[in-house]
Write a protein that binds this ligand. Structure first.
Ligand code: ANZ
Ligand code: ZN
Length: 855
């Protein structure tokens, strides 16, 4: 057998006969949309791609043979940074680089022999495609879902450029190692936060991995709490000691007078209002507006009493400067030391007990979440606990785990669970949950705060100050301001530029093309300038699955009827690394387009599966520097496509991945060769049988028949559930049994090939045709099993020694003599009769008894 020759032959025939060309509708067949996450054209199809696409194709083929009209498309997610970096480094146009890679990868993809309908290929960097990405932006804009605002971007002050997140390594510029800072520039955002609740609720109905749903839930991060105001007042004294005294002695304050003197307040968001009596200080984010007003020259927003009051201005300024260097991720790292400085000279007043507490600035509080300020209850929150310990602040227990025993333990760490309230005025004795309700009511009644639902989810920043992306179709007019490009002028094509670096002002390289930038206002015709930012590539991939249903349409992004034929996607397969962003964005797009009346469904992917990760032979993550990368092209050359696909299916549980085993693939290769030899033999036998007109009746082979039916059931169910490895195991068992048979029916030999076909499509097709079949095996029906035959019936086997019954066991009907002998000889009771004896004869009555004659 020469797999490479044979495989190539079939790929040519498949292509010629167009058996993978998909029709939008076939009579009496249900449509099934099976999608894999499309690759980025890096220029090389690596083993991870193979692991995504290979087993996925097994699933596709199985569905096709099971009677579905299957759509299985492929394309390229073609915009993005690597193309641009290659351009900067080697002076190749990003487009040329990208399209060259697409060409190479197309050849590689074709070599996999997957049943893609290539006529539906899409490339997101092609103007025919990004025209519609721009069109979608315009719909979002017109419906208030795209807006512009100042947002922080990574900025390298040495390269004078904005950096993508990928270009920031350990907080430093990838190119020059300078500390990256956050700089505010005008950028475009999509209002995904409007959809937070629906993105949460609709997860329920999806057949997705639980872990992925959880990740989305956490990313959206809905939390229910309250916002309450702490009034600000000048402090008499200025130390942590003051806080302690106040809290311990409960200095009474005249609340009326405090209201008069202070119109400035800090709002905090808390999910644990029940801990309010344990609040011993406030913490505000370095970017909080209150800090800014304390530090600014005009001190706007402060009442007269507070102006000029800050006593450690320089210390605070220095702290804030440093905080700018950190990303949110670094700041919220739990393991990180909790730094901070007190705002000396001001105090805040707890509205529940009118106590004065100190105010700190610390970067563990984020400006972008809640109100950017926290009421710290160090006895009941880990971060507050750490901070209080470090700055020697009062820790006051107000939630007690032991109830009704009123004595609370001395805490060794924060007690973060719910309990009963103590030291909490009129609320003492309530359970946490009840207290939260009553306290929130009290706040509302006294107009000191209100209930509030908060989300971690932020609006989606889609602006990139980069070349190789979809231009944002917006124009800035001297008279009209922001004006959307008119739909008939789409696509706004990427101009040619010579230098792909962003400009020194942090603008995209498109800003360097005068011809591109200078235009006329679509509304009034006056001089105008084009937006020069391009869109995040996640925008392109948020709607590509829609386009496959109608990839060549130049009137609409896709025809409504065609979309209705296929969508939503029935099964989506791809890496778990996309559990959050891509999948969330795609869901958001679908919901928006549904709201705008373009789609009749609300969720894009009804079912989702992730493949695991393949590690190198050394058990480490594959990387060029480690030299443990497995090259699929080489493997294919050596073993053939079928062996590679099959090994990928066999090496472990699909969602777990595993370590590459170089000898493992040899095993699969041998299995395929055994099949090949078996069919060479079987054919001979069958020809002889036919000649003798003694066509084998499968009833003679009860055992094999049962196994055949069991295997049909098992392989089908396994593929359906992505348990490819165990499906292959059962094929191996079946082959073993078939090899043992003296005679076989053609039907059974063909049945095995059908089960094999999704895994080793080329070999199965070849052997199928050796039976004189004219139509492809993939146009055949997946075999059906007979449930009655599968039931393993059992009977009581009589065990005799020299004709006398000595033992009895329950075994499955159809058990062979060999298996029975092994079983019986292994039994302790029987062993005793056999010691020192010689077995003369064994009498075996199928499904009844075994008699061992000894002397
Ligand atoms: C007082 C308190 C006491 C809190 C306690 C927790 C436990 P989730 O559930 O994630 O929404 N918080 C509020 N705004 C913050 C910000 N901008 N940066 C960092 N932390 C912030 O968390 C809500 C809790 O996170 C809030 O409830 C607040 O601390 C903190 F025993 O308030 B809590
Ligand atoms: Zn205008």
């Amino acid at each position: 057998m020469n797999p490479r020759k044979l495989e190539k032959k079939w790929r040519v025939i498949w292509k010629r006969e167009g058996i993978y060309k998909v029709k939008d509708k076939i009579k009496d067949k249900k449509n099934f949309y099976h999608l894999v996450m499309f690759p980025y054209p890096s220029g090389d199809l690596h083993i991870g791609h193979w692991y995504n696409f290979g087993p996925a194709d097994v699933f596709s083929r199985f569905k096709k043979m099971s009677g579905f009209n299957v759509l299985s498309p492929i394309g390229f997610d073609a915009f993005g940074l690597p193309a641009e970096n290659a351009a900067i480094k080697r002076g190749i146009h990003p487009k040329n680089w990208t399209y060259k890679n697409i060409k190479t990868m197309t050849v590689q993809l074709e070599s996999m022999g997957n049943m893609y309908d290539w006529s539906r290929k899409i490339i997101t960097a092609a103007p025919e495609y990004y025209k519609w990405t721009q069109w979608m932006f315009l719909q979002f804009y017109k419906n208030g879902l795209a807006y512009r605002k100042k947002a922080p971007a990574n900025w390298c002050s040495k390269c004078h450029t904005v950096l993508a997140n990928e270009q920031v390594v350990d907080g430093k510029c990838e190119r020059c190692d300078t500390q990256v800072i956050q700089r505010e520039i005008e950028q475009w955002l999509f209002k995904i936060t409007d959809y937070a609740d629906r993105l949460l609720d609709d997860l329920n109905d999806l057949d997705w991995p639980g872990k992925t749903k959880t990740m989305q839930i956490n990313w959206i991060g809905k939390s229910e709490g309250v916002i309450l105001n702490f009034k600000i007042t000048p402090s008499a004294r200025n130390s942590a000691e003051q806080t302690r005294n106040n809290a311990e002695n409960k200095l009474p304050r005249d609340s009326a007078s405090s209201q008069r003197e202070s119109a400035t307040a800090i709002a905090v968001f808390t999910t644990r209002l029940d801990t309010i009596f344990g609040c011993t200080y406030l913490v505000v984010a370095p970017e909080h507006s209150f800090v800014a007003s304390l530090l600014s020259a005009e001190q706007r927003g402060l009442n007269a009493d507070l102006r000029g009051i800050l006593r450690n201005k320089e210390e605070v300024e220095k702290y804030i400067e440093n905080a700018k260097k950190k990303t949110d991720l670094m700041r919220t790292d739990l393991a990180k030391e909790k730094t901070g400085v007190e705002l000396k000279g001001v105090k805040a007043i707890n509205p529940f007990n009118n106590e004065e507490v100190s105010i700190f600035v610390s970067d563990y509080v984020l400006g972008s979440y809640g109100t950017g300020a926290v009421m710290a209850a160090p006895a009941h929150d880990e971060r507050d606990w750490e901070f209080a310990k470090k700055h020697d602040l009062l820790i006051k227990i107000v939630i007690c785990p032991n109830w009704p025993a009123p004595i609370c333990p001395v805490l060794e760490k924060a007690f973060v669970d719910d309990g009963h309230l103590i030291n909490s005025g009129e609320f003492t004795g309530l359970k946490s949950a009840e207290a939260r309700e009553k306290m929130a009511d009290w706040l509302g009644k006294n107009k000191l705060g209100e209930r509030k639902i908060n989300y971690k989810l932020r609006d989606w920043l889609i602006s990139r100050q980069r070349y190789w992306g979809t231009p944002i179709p917006i124009v800035y007019c001297e008279k009209c301001g922001i004006v959307p490009v008119s739909e008939k002028d789409l696509p706004i094509k990427l101009p040619d530029v010579k230098n792909y670096l962003p400009t020194e002002e942090g603008k995209s390289p498109l800003a360097k093309s005068e011809k591109f930038v200078n235009t006329k206002c679509p509304k009034c015709g006056a001089k105008a300038k084009r937006e020069t930012d391009t869109m995040d590539t996640f925008v392109c991939s948020s709607w590509y699955y829609l386009r496959y249903t109608d990839p060549k349409n130049n009137k609409k992004f896709a025809d409504a009827k065609k979309m209705k034929n296929w969508l939503p996607v029935d099964m989506y397969i791809g890496g778990a690394e996309h559990s959050v962003l891509h999948l969330l964005y795609a869901r958001f797009f679908t919901k928006v387009l549904n709201d705008l009346g373009y789609l009749n469904f609300k969720e894009p992917f009804s079912a989702l599966r992730h493949q695991g990760i393949i590690l190198g032979p050394d058990g480490q993550k594959m990387s060029k520097s480690r030299g443990n990368v497995i090259d699929p092209d080489e493997l294919v050359k050596k073993f053939g496509v079928d062996a590679v696909r099959m090994y990928l299916c066999f090496m472990g549980q699909y969602d777990q991945g595993g370590q590459w085993n170089p000898t493992g693939i040899l095993g699969t290769k041998r299995f395929l060769e055994r099949i090949w030899r078996f069919y060479a033999d079987a054919k001979l036998q069958m020809r002889q049988n036919l000649q003798k007109n003694k066509f084998v009746d499968s009833r003679q082979f009860v055992n094999l028949n049962r196994l055949l039916h069991q295997t049909v059931k098992k392989v089908g169910e396994d593929i359906e559930n992505f348990r490819f490895n165990t499906a292959i195991s059962s094929l191996m068992i079946l082959l073993n049994e078939m090899e043992k048979q003296n005679q076989l029916s053609i039907i059974n030999c063909q049945l095995f090939l059908k089960l094999l076909a999704p895994f080793a499509p080329h070999l199965a097709e070849e052997l199928w045709h050796q039976f004189g079949e004219k139509k492809s095996i993939f146009l055949q029906q997946w075999p059906k099993y007979n449930p009655k035959l599968i039931k393993k019936e059992q009977f009581d086997l009589i065990i005799q020694i020299n004709g006398k019954m000595r033992d009895k066991i329950t075994v499955s009907s159809g058990i062979s003599q060999k298996e029975t002998e092994e079983l019986v000889k292994g039994r302790e009771k029987i062993k005793n009769y056999l010691v020192g004896k010689k077995i003369v004869k064994i009498i075996f009555v199928q499904d009844k008894l075994i008699n061992i004659v000894v002397n």
